[in-house]
Design a binder for this molecule. Structure first.
Ligand code: HPA
Length: 246
């Protein structure tokens, strides 16, 4: 049975509890090992692969994640569509804590990460990236959200920062001027690598906190982040199931 959908879980989402007949597959790739085992199982009639981006014990900070190995392993396992769950901070008004959003643009502020499969040999991989998330797959995600009654904000610009520290108020003010609505540390190079591999890739951003200096942001704590991610994720299994079937 083909894999209908791959899901990459971010901070606070380390397993898909509703997967049936789950098997853990340990895959190696030419780019090294992925963050952990691929957990392949069924949601009803369809097969899903799940991978925890930071490892199942959250051992890997954003700049240490082997994004190339993760995506290569998912494709090697047969996935063609990847739903990326990214825990983020909210910058603009529509993106407060516990909001789910499906961004349609991104700005990359990361540096020093392995951001291409191109090794300098063969044909240059100057992939088109004007629309960094697959428009068709975004459309399917938003349709699945409507069917399941899960509220997902359509659109927004994801700013990918290097981390692992959070941003200064001035950095977030600059990102707001740049047009960013959301800030997270794991959106890139994942989206670009997915494009290089020809994967249909979309992001479901889970807003865990107001970004520095936004909303009523005080000090951002991990407890607050995890609490908001858990609350916002309640509808995820249903949404993922509907998306996988579609
Ligand atoms: N900034 C960057 N990454 C994040 C944040 C944030 O405020 N919250 C969750 N991931």
């Amino acid at each position: 049975m083909d894999i209908a959908l791959a899901v990459i879980g971010g901070t606070g989402v380390y397993r898909l509890a509703t997967l049936e007949d789950e098997e853990a597959r340990h895959i190696d790739t030419p780019y090294g090992a992925p963050s952990g085992p691929l957990r392949i199982g069924r949601l009803g009639e369809v097969r899903i692969a799940f991978l925890a981006r930071h490892g199942e014990g959250h051992a890997l900070p954003p700049h240490k994640v082997n994004y190339r190995a993760n995506l290569f392993a998912l494709r090697q396992a047969g996935a063609r569509r990847v739903l990326a769950l990214n825990t983020v901070g909210g910058i603009t008004d529509a993106y407060g804590p516990r909001v789910l959003a499906c961004p349609d643009q991104l700005v990359d502020y990361t540096w020093g990460r392995e951001s291409t499969f191109w090794d300098g040999e063969g044909e240059a991989l100057h992939v088109d990236f004007g629309h960094p998330y697959s428009p068709m797959f975004r459309h399917k995600l938003l349709a699945a959200a409507r069917v399941t009654g899960v509220r997902v904000v359509d659109g927004g610009c994801y700013g990918a920062t290097q981390g692992p520290r959070l941003e200064t108020n001035a950095e977030i003010a600059r990102m707001r001027r740049d047009g960013c609505d959301l800030v997270g540390m794991t959106g890139m190079p994942e989206a670009a690598l997915a494009r290089e591999l020809g994967l249909e890739y979309a992001c479901l951003a889970i807003v865990a906190n107001w970004a520095a200096g936004c909303g009523d942001a005080q000090e951002i704590t991990l407890a607050e982040v995890l609490d908001n991610v858990a609350a916002a994720s309640a509808g995820l299994p249903e949404l993922v199931g509907e998306l996988a079937r579609g």
